[in-house]
Design a protein around this ligand. Structure first.
Ligand SMILES: C[S@@+](CC[C@H](N)C(=O)[O-])C[C@H]1O[C@@H](n2cnc3c(N)ncnc32)[C@H](O)[C@@H]1O
Length: 257
């Protein structure tokens, strides 16, 4: 991607992109993010969180509840929090009337000392422009946990993103045409994406995404400042170590005190 193209696309990035990007089209555009795909991910998280069968867990940024389906098979004490009314609506249909689902902003998690564990799946961290806002998410996780409570954050691996980013893709989902352009802006250390969805040549939606690329050292410092101690870090759900060829940076740890 040329510099001028990058500058032009940067004009399409919205500061509060997360308020628009996760609408009713999201499960269609990201059709591979299914309940089935979440099976092994949830099993790995349950193991890493040492989640007992009476333990309470918060699925922070639960989306359509695809991990909650599996967490609920392990313990009945599962709460999901998300900002998207559309995705919470899908979660309600998927999980039924008794499921504990809450609309909220991850920068203001409304719980204190009540959860044995907090899970945050699939790159739902680093969304905000300011360090202080991303810090407030981690502080909210620490506050929501009981003393010695455990957290699990499945975040991206910046080295992998930098070496594997496909700058432009065109794909189809049903009758929708999806055009995605991606780039890393090293001045802000963010990976950005602009998505245009159309049907039969007519625009259906435009959205953007922008995630801060925290290196392991930066992320450890942020989590430490929030009162969270990192105990383990994995490069994928198979438990492999983080390295530039592994896609994820999965962080597991405990509330510091
Ligand atoms: C990449 S999706 C992951 C969803 C889910 N964890 C999964 O794996 O399917 C990010 C999720 O974060 C939610 N989200 C975005 N901004 C948020 C905010 N400020 N507060 C709470 N949730 C937010 C979105 O609505 C979306 O469900």
């Amino acid at each position: 991607m040329t510099l001028s193209e990058m500058e032009r696309l940067s004009g399409k990035l919205e500061t509060d992109w997360f308020a628009n990007a996760f609408d009713a089209l999201y499960p269609i555009v990201y059709a591979h993010r299914t309940v089935e795909a979440a099976t092994a991910e949830s099993a790995f998280a349950i193991d890493q969180l040492k989640l007992c069968e009476s333990c309470s867990v918060l699925d922070l940024c639960c989306g359509n509840g695809r991990h909650m389906v599996h967490l609920l098979q392990h313990t009945p004490h599962v709460t999901g929090l998300d900002y998207s009314p559309d995705l919470l609506g899908f979660a309600r249909v998927q999980l039924g009337e008794t499921a504990r689902l809450l609309r909220g902003d991850m920068r203001a998690i409304p719980f204190e000392g009540v959860f044995d564990a907090v899970a945050n799946f699939f790159t739902s961290f680093g969304y905000f422009q300011d360090y202080s806002e991303n810090l407030s998410v981690a502080q909210g996780i620490a506050r929501a946990l009981k003393p010695k409570g455990r957290f699990f954050v499945d975040y991206l691996n910046p080295d992998y993103v930098r070496s594997h980013l496909d700058p432009e893709t065109h794909r189809k989902a049903g009758d929708l045409d999806i055009h995605e352009r991606r780039w890393v802006d090293e001045s802000t250390k963010r990976v950005n994406k602009v998505t245009e969805v159309s049907r039969a040549g007519q625009p259906v939606s435009n959205s953007s995404e922008s995630v801060r690329l925290y290196s392991p050292v930066e992320l450890d410092a942020l989590l430490d400042e929030a009162g969270l101690t990192v105990e383990a870090r994995y490069g994928d759900y198979d438990g492999s170590a983080v390295d530039p060829l592994r896609p994820r940076q999965i962080i597991v740890g405990t509330r510091a005190n």
